[in-house]
Write a protein that binds this ligand. Structure first.
Ligand SMILES: [Zn+2]
Length: 220
């Protein structure tokens, strides 16, 4: 797997997004007269959201971004419980594979199980309210998706379905905090927030740089 750009490159990319100086348009709401078709897949609008989250030319890099964030989380959880990664849930007749099935011991000694999907939606640049609404929708759909399995499992052990959400541009969803606290990661929260957000951002900077490079290559 290719390595993402450095943290420094990631932060430079972030500043360029905020200034609106990227070669592709940052806002998915930009009018069609301002937005060119994708230089790689010819999708009608080459927005930043398309490049970072939807252009199929970068599917392997999305997986790299997702798995890097997931692996960092798994590393943190490993000291507080057992984790199963991308497997069907044992004892349940369903083909769904949550990213993580985590078993932890709560402070009162009881055990809890969590079904967690790692999700990296695109932010609405410059609009925190719409970004949070997009994060809330993503979390809602993960709870809907795995809710029935969680309900079935709750017959034998308290089980919750939820998500870990980090924006493609490194925005932390504050609703991750109570999830991580219940996983016993409260003291690690500041480091985890920083590490996971930086990973999302550096991988996205890498995807963006790759997009431009592939576009140049295609022109030759
Ligand atoms: Zn494309």
């Amino acid at each position: 797997m290719e390595q993402p750009t450095t943290a420094r490159d990631g932060l430079a990319f972030y500043r360029a997004v905020q200034r609106g100086t990227l070669e592709v348009k940052a806002s998915p709401r930009a009018t069609s007269s301002l937005v060119e078709p994708c230089r790689l897949c010819r999708h009608v609008c080459e927005t930043l959201g398309h490049v970072l989250n939807h252009c199929r030319s970068h599917a392997s890099l999305w997986h790299g971004r997702h798995n890097d964030i997931q692996n960092r989380l798994v590393g943190a959880i490993a000291t507080h419980g057992t984790v199963s990664v991308n497997r069907k849930v044992r004892g349940i007749a369903s083909n769904l594979r949550p990213d993580l099935v985590i078993d932890t011991r709560q402070p009162d000694g009881s055990r809890s199980r969590f079904l967690i999907d790692v999700t990296i939606p695109m932010e609405h640049v410059g609009d925190a309210r719409r970004t949070q609404a997009a994060f809330d929708r993503a979390r809602h759909w993960k709870r809907v998706k795995y809710g029935p399995i969680a309900l079935l499992l709750s017959a034998s052990q308290r089980t919750r379905a939820d998500a870990l959400i980090v924006g493609s541009l490194g925005t932390w969803d504050p609703h991750n905090d109570p999830v991580l606290q219940q996983l016993g990661l409260e003291t690690m929260l500041p480091q985890l927030r920083h590490a996971l957000c930086l990973r999302a951002l550096t991988w996205s900077a890498h995807i963006y740089a790759r997009h431009l490079a592939m576009g140049k290559e295609k022109k030759r």
